[in-house]
Design a protein around this ligand. Sequence first.
Ligand SMILES: [Zn+2]
Length: 237
Amino acid sequence: MFLTFDVEPDAPPYQSDSYRGVKEGIPWILDFLDSVGVKATFFITGVIAKRYPELVKEIVGRGHEVGSHGLDHSRLDKLPREEAVRNIRESLKILWRFCNVRSFRAPNLQLPSYLIPSLRGLGIIVDSSVAVYKKGHMKAPGWVEGILRIPATVTSSTIRLPGVLARRLTLPHSRQFHVLFYHPWEFVRVRRKPLYRPDIWMRTGDYARRMLEAIIQEALERGFKFEKLGDAPSLCG
Ligand SMILES: [Zn+2]
């Protein structure tokens, strides 16, 4: 089982000038994960890593994995191909100052397949830019041109549903390649205005924190083991 966080401005593109998730959400997440002994994968944009280098050092220092979430959260499918490759490469150049990078997740889970060989050429071995709940995406992990693609299994806002439902939808069964997917900004109270989708602001902050605690606790009690996504290829045997 894998716990992943996409580290980006708050609720992009709605609050792209706000970084409360990074400044307040991540310290809480790191302390919580330490308290339960769980390691996670943090997909960080290059811009955030450049802006908050101490936080990236903290994430690495506490034993978590750092993956790339692109340079500036631009949608890679909207950029010309060469521009998209440059965007990924620039994000990696920044992250390589802190650690080796093996895993990638594209902003908005949009990774055109023609970018996969470029990712491989840059040392990426795991991609999680796919989701089982997205139309046309792969439903199970699989190797594509030297990269293990592992779909997210639970969409992030699930954690903010009413308790019983959140737990049931988040931990439905015991398969190994179960990828939980959240954003640090979900663990701070996101502003409701300017008006945008309730699935973004609803029950952010304390509610999401209590629910993450409950879900991870239950997962551990049920015997799930948490791994870092970059280690997934060795788990495949
Ligand atoms: Zn994102």
